[in-house]
Unconditional design. Structure first.
Ligand SMILES: Cc1cc2nc3c(=O)[nH]c(=O)nc-3n(C[C@H](O)[C@H](O)[C@H](O)COP(=O)(O)OP(=O)(O)OC[C@H]3O[C@@H](n4cnc5c(N)ncnc54)[C@H](O)[C@@H]3O)c2cc1C
Length: 374
């Protein structure tokens, strides 16, 4: 039996951080130390702000350290759909900004990133047609994409995308932030937040601004968002090295519902079938379920031809928005909320974290512009 609910990314070696005990002051308090919050912390330090960061559990203890490890440009929608939904300018601007953010992610943590491209593989004739529409839209806007036919199937190759080790990267960002003077606390849930203060069970952070960087369960933390974001569970499994197959790039297929990659040592990490799980997957209970895990296992054996034993099964929560664009708002002066990446927050979440940092540091932010609603 695989160990319970531990992601394949866990390699040990994290000593942990203290919890907050007493009151502290800082220019900015960041709530949530996943990839988005840690990017925000790093950008704040770069801008000269003093920072306190708190996390209810562990650094990257939620989706940020428990995901598929894909680095994808753009937003939740495929490019042509995004252009239709949000308008051409906005879709193109988001795509270009995420491409730049991916370059920064690679430069910050080169050892954790592989820029090998990604494949979108069609699972039906209808989806193949949709891939062709996406390709045409991307070519029209001079964005890198190629038609692909190979062992994985037919669809698109996006050469600028990549894969990463999300937990290693997050911990590297946290160590770097600590060295840069940030004070970071684990096991420190924010229970009350305003633009100038964050209350936790054993201490308060008094500050000039607050950034809340939480994806899954955002509506629970911020009840004003109820109805605008909805939390879902996503599930994965991983195997021992599988020399019987070779997938050089991360692959997503069936409209992005399934996704898998082969790690450099041959292990397979596979996620998907949220829709097959039905309403039960609209939950913040971040534990694997028998039914979705069974679909994953069938896919692993029958579709991918992997025979290696399963070593990990895990789940985590993310939140979805109706339009597929992230939540990025300032509901009261000095309080910034980011989250709701609809299952694709590794790059766009980092971008939102950086943009929120620029605003919280008191400046303007070109990065924030495509995300600010209204
Ligand atoms: C199985 C799975 C596969 C995925 N695959 C991909 C993928 O391949 N590519 C991709 O781009 N995206 C993927 N995603 C989505 C992506 O993981 C998330 O969108 C992204 O990691 C969100 O990071 P975050 O830092 O914004 O938020 P989170 O990871 O949600 O981090 C928020 C942090 O805030 C903390 N927190 C919550 N409440 C409080 C509180 N009250 N006080 C203090 N701290 C609090 C949590 O403990 C957590 O550590 C996947 C998600 C899952 C679950």
């Amino acid at each position: 039996m695989p160990p319970a609910n531990i992601p394949v990314w866990e390699e040990g070696g994290w000593a942990g951080l203290p919890s907050l005990d007493g009151d502290v002051e800082a220019d900015v308090c960041v709530v949530g130390l996943g990839g988005s919050g840690l990017t925000c912390v790093g950008e704040l330090l770069r801008l000269g702000a003093s920072v306190v960061g708190v996390d209810a559990s562990l650094v990257a203890g939620a989706a940020a350290g428990r995901n598929g490890g894909f680095l994808l440009a753009g937003s939740y929608h495929f490019y042509h759909d995004a252009a239709r939904e949000y308008g051409h300018e906005r879709a193109r601007s988001i795509y270009r900004l995420t491409l730049e953010e991916m370059d920064r992610i690679e430069a910050e943590t080169p050892g954790a990133v592989r820029r090998v491209g990604s494949l979108r593989i069609a699972a039906s004739a209808e989806e193949e047609e949709d891939c062709r529409e996406q390709l045409a839209a991307m070519r029209d806007d001079a964005l890198p994409a190629e038609w692909y036919e190979g062992a994985e199937g037919r669809g698109l190759l996006i050469p600028t995308d990549g894969a990463f080790q999300p937990l290693v990267r997050a911990r590297a960002l946290a160590r770097c932030a600590l060295e840069g003077g940030a004070r970071l606390y684990e096991h420190t849930p924010a229970v009350l937040m305003s633009g100038t203060e964050v209350a936790t069970p054993h201490g308060r952070v008094r500050c000039g601004r607050v950034v809340v960087a939480v994806d899954g369960q955002l509506e629970r933390l911020m009840p004003s968002l109820a109805g605008r974001v909805r939390t879902a569970r996503l599930q994965m499994l991983a195997t021992a090295p599988a020399p019987e197959v070779r997938f050089p790039r991360p692959v997503y297929l069936r409209w992005g519902y399934e996704y898998f990659q082969q790690l450099p040592d041959g292990r397979i990490a596979l996620g998907g079938f949220r829709d097959y799980g039905g309403d039960a997957e609209w939950t913040d209970e971040a534990v694997p379920s028998e039914s979705v895990q069974r679909f994953l296992e069938e896919f692993l054996r029958d579709r991918l031809g992997v025979r290696a034993p399963i070593t990990h099964r895990w789940a985590a929560a993310v939140s979805y928005t109706p339009d597929g664009l992230p939540v990025f708002e300032e509901p009261e002066p000095g309080l910034f909320l980011i989250g709701g990446y609809s299952g694709t927050g590794n790059v766009i979440g980092a971008l939102c974290g950086r943009a929120a940092a620029q605003l919280a540091a008191g400046g303007s932010s070109d990065l924030a512009r495509p995300f600010m609603h209204g």
